[in-house]
Design a protein around this ligand. Structure first.
Ligand SMILES: [Zn+2]
Length: 134
């Protein structure tokens, strides 16, 4: 019955999108920071309340198109940061088999098998050549 109620409630609503996820995390961060007390703690407490209300409003919002447009803008804005973390994860998981280089001209991430000694690396994007030690 609760499941059905929740299903009906969230039908046609925005739900827990990436922005809601971010503001939800920020809610808890500001709540934690509010424990420092004083004026700073009070400001953080107020901020966490505002963020919590915003998150709930966002999840329950029925203007799905507008929320989706905001979400797209947010994803575009954070693309660089998200790719950086993605590359970091990739580099870490393949660090034993591959050595990673960044092209000095176009900053593309390049992957080269390890154990080849000193080699000439050609960037697959801009064609720039540089040497590196694998
Ligand atoms: Zn390049």
């Amino acid at each position: 019955m609760i499941r059905r109620f929740l299903y009906n409630f969230f039908q046609g609503r925005n739900g827990f999108d990436p922005i809601a996820k971010l503001t939800w995390v920020l809610t808890f961060v500001s709540l934690l920071l509010s424990m420092f007390g004083g004026i700073f703690g009070l400001v953080m407490q107020a901020l966490s309340l505002v963020l919590m209300i915003y998150t709930c409003w966002r999840i329950c919002s029925r203007n799905v198109y507008k929320r989706a447009a905001e979400c797209r803008r947010y994803m575009d804005m954070t693309y660089g940061i998200r790719m950086w973390f993605k590359n970091l994860r990739l580099r870490f998981s393949q660090r034993k088999e591959y050595k990673f280089f960044t092209c000095p001209t176009c900053h593309t991430l390049l992957r080269v098998p390890r154990g080849q000694g000193k080699i000439q690396i050609t960037c697959r994007k801009c064609g720039n050549r540089f040497s590196g030690k694998t």
